[in-house]
Design a protein around this ligand. Structure first.
Ligand SMILES: [Zn+2]
Length: 259
């Protein structure tokens, strides 16, 4: 008999609920609201949200993306975060070669930090240090305890390479244009990514993030004709990090023999 608690379906359900929780957490951090506020409520009219209006993705679809009371638009970021969480946590527990359940916990913490960073960056163009810089020592500790697929040295070197590489790019950009091109939040996020994925992971993450980010910026320009619309870089770094985490071997071939 199949044990339901070890099926990808069950993990995806847990991932959906975790995504809902992480979004609420990120939303409260981004808009500087108390984290331990009693229950979910509409940010516009403050009406309490009942349990059946708070079911991941389904409620958003059923309500047509609007508040049941004041009809204010509910951001697409809500169901997006929930869906991405379900997919990412399922891949961690059923696709990654895990040597122990603790290794799954370590990579789940990494995914949770990436989700919070992405959500706050999409909402307010900021990345909290709790989901970036403060998580770098967690990654280094996990590598030291052999809970990651990289060594302790790779983890430390990756964290340094992550921060310094974006700092250098920004330094050159500022010398040429006189303004900051990359936020400190992005440097701190790549520092955390480096601690979990190592220096090769940093390189692949930056290549994917800048390529997809540039294409996205171009698409937005063609659609809206706005030359200097700001694009948050955090979600693209998180996307690159997830590609590296789940497709490390395939990416290694592409980046080694593809260019
Ligand atoms: Zn409302």
């Amino acid at each position: 008999m199949i044990n339901i608690y070890t099926t990808p379906f069950f993990t995806a359900l847990v991932g959906l609920c975790l995504g809902s929780f992480l979004h609420a957490l990120a939303h409260r951090i981004a808009f500087e609201k108390p984290i331990l506020r009693k229950r979910s409520h509409c940010p516009d009219c403050d009406i309490l949200i009942t349990w059946y209006q708070n079911i991941p993705i389904l409620s958003w679809l059923a309500l047509g993306g609007r508040c049941c009371n004041c009809k204010a638009l509910i951001s697409w970021i809500y169901p997006f975060t929930e869906l991405v969480s379900a997919i990412a946590f399922t891949l961690v527990w059923h696709y990654l070669p895990l040597q122990s359940p603790l290794m799954g916990v370590a990579y789940s913490l990494f995914i949770a930090a990436l989700i919070v960073a992405t959500t706050t960056d999409l909402h307010t163009f900021t990345i909290p240090q709790a989901a970036s810089l403060w998580m770098a020592p967690v990654g280094i500790a996990a590598a030291a305890a052999q809970l990651l697929h990289i060594s302790l040295l790779q983890s430390i070197f990756g964290a340094c390479a992550g921060y310094i590489s974006l700092w250098l790019v920004n330094f050159i950009f500022k010398k040429m244009r006189g303004i900051d091109g990359i936020g400190v939040g992005d440097m701190e996020l790549l520092c955390m990514i480096g601690a979990f994925l190592g220096p090769v992971g940093v390189w692949h993450t930056v290549m994917i993030a800048s390529t997809v980010g540039s294409l996205w910026g171009l698409l937005m320009y063609l659609l809206h004709k706005e030359a200097n619309g700001i694009v948050p870089f955090g979600p693209f770094l998180a996307l690159g990090a997830c590609c590296q985490l789940f497709l490390a071997r395939q990416l290694w071939y592409v980046f080694t023999f593809g260019f």
